[in-house]
Write a protein that binds this ligand. Structure first.
Ligand code: GDP
Length: 445
């Protein structure tokens, strides 16, 4: 996704800053200018960019830095913190309480993925043991009722709506009341998509808020939306009490900047990212992980969480300990490939795991599966020492030939897998360093 391009430009600006022989305030200004340019091109609102730039400069306090200070790290940490701050306004996110009706109303622009996201969110909480349900208060768009009903049925979530009624407020009120009586815990209310120019629909949205008294209002926005995002988000915020933002279509060509601007406009945190059309393609949003990924620092915590939540074969304590220090072995590669297909959308996993892009062969899903299968067979023919002490093994010709013979593959293929391993393990090595530095409050590069 294009968001990665933003990240690599920011990382690039930091790298070229530290490559300079003399690092003075001018070098910092240059790097900040490049970062600002990258953010503007990614559609972040101008005001936000200049604020970010000012804050970074204030946080770094260049002239007061002692001569031996690691300036690149200090700047990187300031950039990291500022991006986090921009994405996390400090408001409490959507967090439904158990054993009471939490009414969550969804608002947004038409076509941005609101209806799909309503079902995803209902399903997300259903899987976590909440009694969830959906109310269709979109009486404006033909087809909204059927779309929501069908998707609700797919994920087996109770649904309320009306085919005939054009009174969205009444339908919403009736639906919420009915589900309250049924002791539902998360009542998701879908509303019509609207633009700020549509005064009547904006008025209806305010009436809906008054009628159903939502505990929480979620603003759904297409992550690839450009500069218009700021104004639209602001218009929604001015009319109803937006509490959270969900960015959709983050699997596509999201430049991300519009999204950053929407967060700034609504002062509401991003809570989820939509990453596909399927009902389970919803990722809980964690700001540090997101910014870490954006800056190419990877997302070990996110990955570990995905692994734990996916009921997969988990790395054991010792393996976790080692991985968090950046030591990666063929055993880890074996475990990851084994889990890969069960983890969910590959693109999602890939963005969390540094080096993963190098591990997944290019091609159609079926070809990819077949290649992964072959690699698994090859890894199965390794000895325990080769799997567990990979870095200290001597990978000579005769060893590689033995593996090729044992797995019925060619020597070149064995070498290719080992080359992949080396690439990934290098990335993990760097990550390990980052993690250590993060633990001491300072991201490294
Ligand atoms: P609404 O008008 O805002 O309710 O939008 P819909 O929920 O009907 O979604 C519009 C289109 O976007 C549909 O084709 C959805 O399948 C698609 N869509 C929604 N969320 C995502 C997402 O996260 N990723 C992708 N790729 N498509 C999405």
């Amino acid at each position: 996704m294009v968001l990665e391009a933003l990240g690599s430009r920011i990382a690039g600006a930091l790298r070229s800053m530290s490559a300079k022989t003399v690092m003075d305030e001018e070098t910092l200004d240059e790097a900040l200018k490049e970062i600002a340019r990258a953010l503007l091109e990614a559609d972040v609102n101008v005001k936000q960019v200049s604020l970010l730039r000012r804050n970074i400069k204030a946080a770094v306090r260049w002239s007061e830095l002692p001569p031996g200070a690691n300036k690149r790290r200090i700047v990187q940490k300031a950039v990291f913190d500022e991006l986090c701050r921009m994405l996390d306004p400090g408001e409490p996110p959507l967090s439904p309480e158990r054993q009471r009706a939490n009414v969550v109303m969804f608002v947004g622009l038409q076509g941005n993925g609101k209806t799909t996201t309503c079902v995803k969110v209902a399903y997300y909480y259903k899987r976590r043991g909440y009694r969830t349900c959906l109310v269709c208060a979109d009486t404006f768009r033909a087809g909204a009722f059927d779309q929501l009903r069908q998707n609700a049925a797919k994920v087996r979530v109770p649904f309320y709506g009306s085919y005939e009624s054009t009174d969205a407020v009444q339908v919403a009120r009736d639906g919420v009341e009915m589900f309250r009586q049924q002791a539902m815990e998360v009542i998701v209310v879908d509303t019509s998509g609207r633009h700020k120019q549509e005064a009547a629909l904006f008025e209806e949205m305010a009436q809906l808020e008054a009628a159903v008294q939502p505990d929480h209002i979620v603003f759904v926005m297409d992550g690839s939306m450009g500069q218009a995002a700021y104004d639209q988000a602001l218009a929604f915020r001015q009319r109803v009490r937006v509490g959270s933002v969900i960015l959709t279509k983050m699997d596509g060509h999201a430049r991300g900047g519009g999204a950053l601007s929407a967060v700034a406009a609504t002062h509401a945190p991003v809570v989820f990212l939509g990453t596909g059309e399927h009902m389970d393609e919803l990722e809980a949003f964690r700001v540090e992980s997101f910014v870490g990924r954006l800056l190419g620092m990877g997302d070990v915590q996110g990955l570990v969480k995905t692994i734990t939540e996916s009921n997969l074969q988990n790395p054991d304590e010792e393996q976790m300990q080692r991985l968090s220090q950046g030591v990666f072995t063929l055993r880890d590669m074996q475990l990851m490939y084994g889990n890969l297909t069960r983890l969910g959308p590959l693109s999602q996993v890939m963005s969390m795991m540094p080096g993963m892009a190098e591990m997944i062969p290019q091609g159609s899903d079926r070809e990819t599966q077949a290649r992964i299968q072959r690699i698994m067979v090859m890894l199965d023919s390794l000895t325990a020492a080769e799997l567990d002490q990979t870095p200290s093994i001597k990978w000579d010709e005769s060893r590689k030939r033995r593996i090729a013979r044992g797995s019925g593959r060619s020597l070149a293929e064995v070498e290719e897998v080992l080359a992949q391993y080396r690439t990934v393990s290098k990335v993990w090595g760097r990550m390990g360093k980052n993690m250590k530095n993060m633990a001491h409050g300072m991201p490294a590069g």
